[in-house]
Design a protein around this ligand. Structure first.
Ligand code: OAD
Length: 240
């Protein structure tokens, strides 16, 4: 029996009611958005400390924005894949994502916690006031009407995650009957710790072994777009 079949069997037996889905960059890999680590990963060619820290932004906001504008363009052109669409079929299941691409919401998931923010939003470094800005900027770095710099509304290394996002995710980790962990290397905290906190059935979908594979009940070594639809079908069928 493959681990996918075993995981589906476990879902049929336990008939989980509440599901928490924790996703990382791998869930969007099949939409053509590069992951951070691994072959072709962004951190192979770019150094996080040059591009994704408050210090980097203070030092060279134009360089940081050029990188974000490139990523915003990739994300603008991308479409949700079969994994995002399957997760959306889970209705109001909580989706806690480390991704900033907004693809879960675009696929129709209604209960999404964006632990690391959203790249389509910007905010003023002085006034805050996050707002959507989908189009490319004409001039980099972009500025607020108050004259101060705008920045992407994302969480950089060295910055805290939104308290309410972490608290809601932690309480759902404890309450969920089933945790699905999809496409994360499982090494960036606090998201990496969520799988360890979960007590019940947990299923990882990731073609490679990750930092959370050992703590999950089943590790399914397949791509998200391949393994997520049958797992979601099994969850939905268990309650028909
Ligand atoms: P990573 O790039 O660290 O890991 C991506 C994971 O996805 C790896 O374990 C891959 O094996 C897996 N993967 C690749 N293709 C896949 C596919 N088609 N289906 C399923 N899995 C696949 O991404 P994250 O774990 O999300 O933070 O990274 C966490 C954080 O580190 C990011 O949010 C970002 C990064 O630095 C910040 O920028 C603050």
């Amino acid at each position: 029996m493959s681990s996918l079949d075993e995981a589906i069997d476990a879902i049929r037996k336990t008939r989980p009611r509440s599901v928490l889905v924790l996703t990382g960059a791998g869930v969007s890999a099949d939409s053509g958005i590069p992951t951070f680590r691994g072959p072709g990963g962004l951190w192979r060619n770019f150094r996080p400390e040059d591009l994704a820290t408050p210090e980097a932004f203070r030092r060279d906001p134009r360089l940081v924005w050029e990188w974000y504008e490139w990523r915003r363009g990739l994300i603008r052109d991308a479409k949700p894949n079969a994994a995002h669409e399957a997760i959306a079929r889970l209705g109001d299941a909580l989706v806690a994502t480390q991704n900033v691409d907004g693809l879960h919401a675009r696929a129709g998931s209604s209960n999404v916690i964006e632990l690391h923010g959203n790249i389509v939003r910007v905010r003023c470094v002085r006034e805050g006031n996050p707002r959507l800005h989908e189009e490319p900027f004409d001039d980099l770095p972009p500025r607020c009407t108050c004259g101060e710099l705008l920045r992407p509304d994302v969480v950089w290394f060295g910055e805290a995650l939104p308290d309410d996002a972490v608290a809601r995710t932690v309480s759902m980790v404890a309450a969920a009957d089933l945790l699905l962990v999809i496409g994360t290397s499982g090494i960036v905290h606090p998201a990496a710790g969520f799988a360890t906190l979960h007590q019940g059935l947990s299923i990882e979908i990731n073609p490679e072994a990750s930092g959370v594979s050992a703590v999950c009940t089943y590790a399914v070594p397949l791509r998200a777009a391949e393994a997520t639809p049958p797992i979601v079908d099994a969850i939905l069928e268990a309650h028909r």
